[in-house]
Design a protein around this ligand. Structure first.
Ligand SMILES: [Zn+2]
Length: 353
């Protein structure tokens, strides 16, 4: 049980046009020497606006480049090539560049600004980074962002699948929390009350947000705020249990098995629905949000193979052998596989009839 010091970002800005104000946020925090990493191909899209904003505020950019690697060795090399004058590191882009920049900042003990350009997962607000170590994707400790800046106009302009991925990763907190409760009740883990409350409030506030389309400003802000809150829940808990349970194990298994897995939150979302039925907990709510947002309609177009999901369910416990989620018990793995074949929504998305 942790009750000690936790790190919480000092700056969290989610809204329209935030990217054009980056200079103001850096300067306002007292940073005048920055290193900026962009995701692959993003300099062309956002480079100019960002640079102008920094110039306007008198922030010197010591280095800016695109990054496309999450190899631990590459990031270590990168981190130690950073100019000694650097006061802050900023990562602008998708999950990869954010993980890389986050880890470089951790190695150099520099504050990190997380600037996600898509809403595909809660990684932008987590203290850990997913890197490739000795050929395997591994979650390594990094550092909590000093600042999180999200431009909802940018999020909106990204392909809609990224929004669906964010929705899936957010709704997953429902089953993740229930797995954690299950572990707590059976003596395998101890829940942290405050982390539970934060994660619960985050997901509930999100699923109750009214919307016309998933590109509504309010809906996107709720989604990003809630994903950011989830990262804080993990920080409080000192691990990922508040936000990642059996549904994430299924997705991690798929990542291992498949040559071209789907986006993280897409797989996680499908698995969340399956697990909510296994747990017999809030499955109607999960189905409603996936129906109303068009998540299911999107998933139906993906030509997913039901046998991949069957194998992923079987593989799930081996991904985190030290945990004890519902899927760590055979009876629930069997139940999950029955749901895959029998549930009407599953039949529809896997084209089983
Ligand atoms: Zn996730």
């Amino acid at each position: 049980m942790t009750g000690g010091q936790i790190a919480i970002p000092g700056i969290l800005k989610v809204g329209k046009g935030v990217l054009g104000e980056i200079g103001t946020f850096l300067k306002g925090s007292g940073f005048t020497q920055a290193v900026i990493y962009f995701g692959n191909g993003l300099t062309e899209m956002f480079g100019r606006g960002v640079m102008e904003s920094l110039k306007q505020e008198g922030v010197t950019v010591l280095e800016y480049r695109e990054l496309d690697s999450v190899q631990m060795d590459d990031i270590i090399e990168l981190a130690f090539s950073i100019d000694a004058k650097a006061q802050v590191i900023m990562g602008i882009g998708g999950g990869k560049v954010i993980d890389a920049a986050k880890y470089a900042a951790y190695l150099r003990k520099l504050p990190f600004f997380s600037v996600p350009t898509s809403s595909s997962s809660d990684g932008f607000s987590s203290a850990s980074a997913s890197l490739i170590v000795n050929g395997r994707r591994t979650s390594v400790p990094a550092r909590m962002a000093y600042g999180i800046l999200v431009d909802t106009d940018v999020i909106k302009s990204a392909p809609v699948k990224f929004i669906y991925s964010g929705i899936g990763d957010m709704v997953a907190k429902i089953t993740a929390l229930y797995d954690w409760l299950y572990e707590d009740q059976n003596g395998y883990a101890e829940m942290n009350d405050f982390a539970v409350m934060i994660a619960k409030k985050a997901v509930n506030s999100f699923v109750r947000t009214p919307f016309e389309t998933i590109q509504d400003d309010l809906f996107l802000r709720e989604l990003l705020d809630s994903l950011a809150m989830s990262g804080i829940a993990n920080e409080i808990a000192g691990g990922s249990s508040p936000t990642s349970g059996s549904e994430h194990l299924i997705s991690h298994s798929l990542d291992k098995m498949l040559e071209t897995p789907q986006l993280h939150g897409i797989q996680v979302g499908i698995a969340t629905y399956i697990m909510s039925l296994v747990q017999e907990h809030r499955y109607q709510r999960v189905n409603t949000i996936f129906t109303d947002t068009g998540f299911w309609d999107y998933v139906e177009t993906l030509k997913l193979d039901v046998s991949d999901y069957e194998k992923a369910i079987d593989m799930a416990p081996s991904i985190k052998p030290h945990r004890h989620t519902y899927l760590h018990e055979e009876q629930y793995r069997e139940k999950a596989k029955r749901i895959l074949r029998e549930d009407p929504v599953m039949k529809r998305i896997f084209h089983l009839e």
